[in-house]
Design a protein around this ligand. Structure first.
Ligand code: GA4
Length: 342
């Protein structure tokens, strides 16, 4: 009997990008000390200007991170057939190079897990009980950090109650995800085309309210810096130096809308390292499906039903509507475009 190996996408199907150079490193990554008195103001400033920041003094114990990372490494090192048995990701489960449903490809493998309340959901069973336990502990820590950060954001924006944003991600019905990514090295490409690297995860913004990313010490994450002064839309990609002792907090599209565009969802991508494995773990905090996503009233002027001075820049939608549309889109699409008011 001839057994045809399930063919994962070959390297030819993965878009290539210029390999990051030392000069691409972004020395100005904003850091917010979550335990400092000025954290609320600093978090808002960073999210207004860059759409992300590095959270330091976050209070998450090293063990919580290293336990899940070790489980992720163990899972990704297991035989391909065992991993394939957990996939294909649709959207949950094990995915290999195929991202979403619409033809996006990246040089990575991943495990996408649904969260129900404060723990992994039965809808996407973890591959082992040890991974599940480590993931549940990690999710608890990420929900805590998401709450802290979103309370700070509300405070820094001067909106009340303090929990107005945080409650959306810690609600019993909130829509949260945990993503474990493994970007294997690609030495073949390194020898064939030394100046090129495979795209690990193509450019996109995150649809949710907030994402919290942890990575091992391997570089690869790049963010697009906004340049309001330039009239072209060409993104200026800079590399974020890896720092396993911190987390990266990333503004999602929904938070951009709720802050009427004051905080920006930043475009980011991952360039796979040709020589070293990168492992990242991302918690995505989204609201309940029926949550209305619209600029907070306190940030709007009287015409928008609020007490501030601004007009709403977006048409309102529910998270459920947005999510449905997101899953029909390509990774790089501007998913907020249909909701921009003229
Ligand atoms: C980007 C952010 C998260 O990783 C994710 C991704 C999701 C997926 O991998 O299934 C999507 C992507 C993400 C946005 C557009 C759609 C859906 C892949 C894709 C092409 C889990 C999410 O929520 O949206």
């Amino acid at each position: 009997m001839v057994v045809l190996a399930k063919s994962p996408a070959p390297l030819e199907q993965i878009p290539l990008v210029r390999s990051p150079e030392p000069g691409d490193y972004f020395a100005g990554v904003p850091a917010v000390d979550l335990s400092a008195p000025g954290a609320a103001r600093d978090a808002v400033r960073a999210c207004e200007r860059y759409g992300f920041f590095k959270a330091v003094n976050h209070g998450v114990h090293d063990g919580v991170v290293s336990r899940l990372e070790a489980e992720a490494v163990r899972f990704f090192a297991s035989p391909q057939a065992e991993k394939d048995a957990r996939g294909p990701a649709s959207p949950f489960g094990y995915g290999n190079k195929r991202i979403g449903r619409n033809g996006d490809m990246g040089w990575l493998e991943y495990l996408l897990l649904a969260i129900d309340g404060a723990a992994l959901s039965d809808a996407s069973p973890a591959p082992s009980s040890s991974l599940r336990d480590a993931a549940n502990e990690y999710v608890g820590a990420m929900r805590g950090m998401a709450r802290t950060v979103l309370e700070m954001v509300a405070e820094g924006l001067g909106v009340s109650p303090r929990g107005v944003l945080a409650d959306m991600v810690t609600d019993a019905a909130s829509d949260q995800l945990l993503r474990l990514n493994h970007y294997p090295p690609c030495p073949l490409l390194q020898s064939l085309m030394p100046n090129c690297s495979p795209t690990g995860f193509g450019a996109h913004t995150d649809p949710q309210i907030i994402s919290i990313l942890h990575s091992n010490g391997t570089s690869g994450l790049q963010v697009a810096l906004h340049n309001d002064a330039a009239d072209d839309d060409a993104p200026h990609w800079v590399s974020v130096p890896p720092d396993p002792s911190s987390f990266l907090v990333i503004v999602g599209d929904s938070l951009q809308v709720m802050t009427n565009g004051r905080l920006r969802s930043v475009r980011h991508r991952v360039v796979a390292n040709t020589l070293k494995s990168r492992v990242s773990m991302i918690y995505f905090g989204g609201p309940p499906l029926e949550q209305r996503i619209a600029p907070l009233r306190q940030l709007l002027g009287a015409a928008g039903g609020g007490d501030g001075e601004e007009q709403s820049r977006y048409e309102a939608f529910t998270w459920g509507q947005y999510k449905k549309a997101a899953y029909l889109s390509r990774l790089g699409d501007d998913r907020l475009a249909p909701f921009h008011r003229q």
